[in-house]
Design a protein around this ligand. Sequence first.
Ligand code: C6P
Length: 421
Amino acid sequence: MSITGPGTKLSGREFDVATVRADFPILSRKINDHPLVYLDNAATTQKPRQVIDAISNYYEQTNSNVHRGVHTLSIEATDAYEVARAKVAKFINAPRPETVIWTRNTSESLNLVAATWADKNVGEGDNIVITAMEHHSNIVPWQQLAARKHAELRYLAAGKDGLLDMANIESTIDSRTKIVSATHISNVLGTVNPVAELANRAHEVGAVILIDAAQSVPHMAVDVQAIDADFLCFSAHKMLGPTGIGVLYGKYDLLDEMPPFMFGGDMILEVTYEDAKWNELPYKFEAGTPNIADAIATGVAVDYLTDLEMDNVWEHEQQLTAYALDRLTALNGITIFGPEDPALRGGVISFVHDKIHPHDLGTALDQQGIAIRTGHHCAMPLIRSYDVVAAARASFYVYNTKTEIDALVSGINDTERYFVR
Ligand code: C6P
């Protein structure tokens, strides 16, 4: 697995958070008369000026449809759209740009694989393996598919330590497994899962692996070839890019054999009154006018992260996470979910307070300008397995600082003084 953990040497350049912060206009906003402390990055990240400008520049200078025109604007738009795809391919070390499909988001990418590859390849009596720590977007499509195909949906269990129970991997992923679909980093527990090991086991039994990288690609160097991922997906909005655009990576031969997901313009080569032939990759999976501006802006977000260097991004978040775990653990009445060892987790910390409901805590923190997420985090089965219905969650990114974690801790203390008398 290509992840960079603690102890990794930085590549020489300082990670200068103050310089990074200056690129994000929203970070100078005040919320309820306090400076914004944005700790809801697992939900969506803020956007740097470069990404915002890329969107307005596109509409001011280039706006046109792609793959259709012979005029200058259409050629420029097409070039920029394809350059962005190539940047994303390089970012995840995909062997060729055609293996990167633009979708709307991670959810759509997961649904695409379930509705095409899995619909074609999963039959009665087969099984699909996911983990106990999946987001709803990586549970519900498989529940639906399993019901439709009379297949079994299996879960690789997770222990209370927040780690997958890898001891059961051989009995869970067996000769009737057709696909394993697993999150790389849990959006609730922060756990970094051993996806290369899962891929290896899937391949041993002739299954394919789909990796939900919504919470990993934005934060660490991910190499699809090193992991040997068959499919991998993520959303631009969680990595400094715009909403409404995401990625599905797939191995060329798998994508080539898959039926299309949606039908319409651009995804066809030839249409007669009777029938149609599908276009080559990646266009077979991009029916209709795509989200051109946001694809181009995603390329700019990738440039931004590439410039920071993903090893530095990971190292920065590791330091913040270790610091936040230390400070939160020292508070009374707080239970933190997920691995105790910061080296086993990304920058996501979910927790509950024994006397303050997460929604009350979130609302009180907002009064102090601090944005966290509260609720089930779209992972109801996992949250319920901890005997709670909701949790508070702080999640970090490139622009966060230890001072902001101090603000979170003092915000919790202030809330406690108000609620617990
Ligand atoms: N998690 C969170 O606050 P979309 O919404 O399609 O861009 O991403 C879905 C998704 C899939 N997998 C994982 C691991 C995720 O974390 C998410 C999005 C957000 O945790 C919004 S619910």
